[in-house]
Design a protein around this ligand. Structure first.
Ligand code: IMP
Length: 199
């Protein structure tokens, strides 16, 4: 079993990473686990998911001495020209609040017929010596008019992936993970052999 630290304070992301990577022989450690030092605060000021994921992975690996996995992800809505994008976590302002973000999104889309959107996730992997590499995953779908479902987090209650009629928040976690941006990015991370490059 390979062990890797997740550079996230988001317990939902951490849980999804654990579920997805366990069958691949990768154990994901999180802040608060025994033996894991406090994670440094990393300012996510990059213009792209790649830039932010790389920054988080490299800075957390250097500060903690652990091989580190970082996820930067978000929702891009076609009719909003890609917003909220890299600002997804704090779309409705600081500190980030999932419920307020969803309300703001539905408000921005009021009267708009084109509901197409996609989630994107970039995974970056780093050792204390520097970046190992990145991998990307995407899932297309649409934004519905009223939130539905109670699982997941973020924009899950208003996102229906293509080919489904249920939102991510209505689908069982394992089904979400099998088709989500995070599932696909982690699958690509494993598939491209990035974990094998860890010392
Ligand atoms: P990050 O911490 O900057 O990567 O922000 C990610 C934000 O994008 C989250 O706070 C959510 O608002 C949104 N997001 C990313 N992945 C998901 C997901 O799987 N479901 C719902 N929202 C997500």
């Amino acid at each position: 079993m390979k062990r890797i630290l997740a550079a996230t304070g988001n317990r939902h992301k951490l849980e999804e990473m654990r579920q997805i990577l366990k069958p691949c022989g990768v154990e994901v450690l999180g802040a608060g686990d025994p033996g894991v030092p406090a994670l440094p605060d990393v300012t996510e000021d990059g213009a792209t998911f790649e830039a932010n994921a790389v920054k988080k992975a490299v800075e957390v690996a250097a500060a903690t001495g652990f091989c580190t996995l970082a996820d930067d992800s978000g929702l891009e809505v076609v009719a909003l020209h890609g917003a909220p994008g890299v600002l997804s976590a704090r779309y409705a302002g600081e500190p980030g609040n999932d419920r307020q973000n969803v309300i703001k999104l539905l408000h921005a889309l009021q009267g708009i017929f084109d509901r197409r959107a996609q989630f994107t996730c970039v995974i970056a992997l780093a050792t204390p010596a520097g970046l190992i590499g990145t991998a990307r995953g995407e899932v297309r779908g649409r934004i519905i008019f009223e939130p539905r479902g109670t699982s997941g987090f973020g924009y899950d209650p208003v996102f229906v992936p293509d080919g489904q009629h249920r939102t991510f928040a209505e689908l069982p976690g394992a089904v979400k993970n099998s088709m989500s941006h995070r599932g696909r990015a982690l699958e690509a991370t494993v598939g491209s052999g990035l974990f094998d490059k860890l010392t």
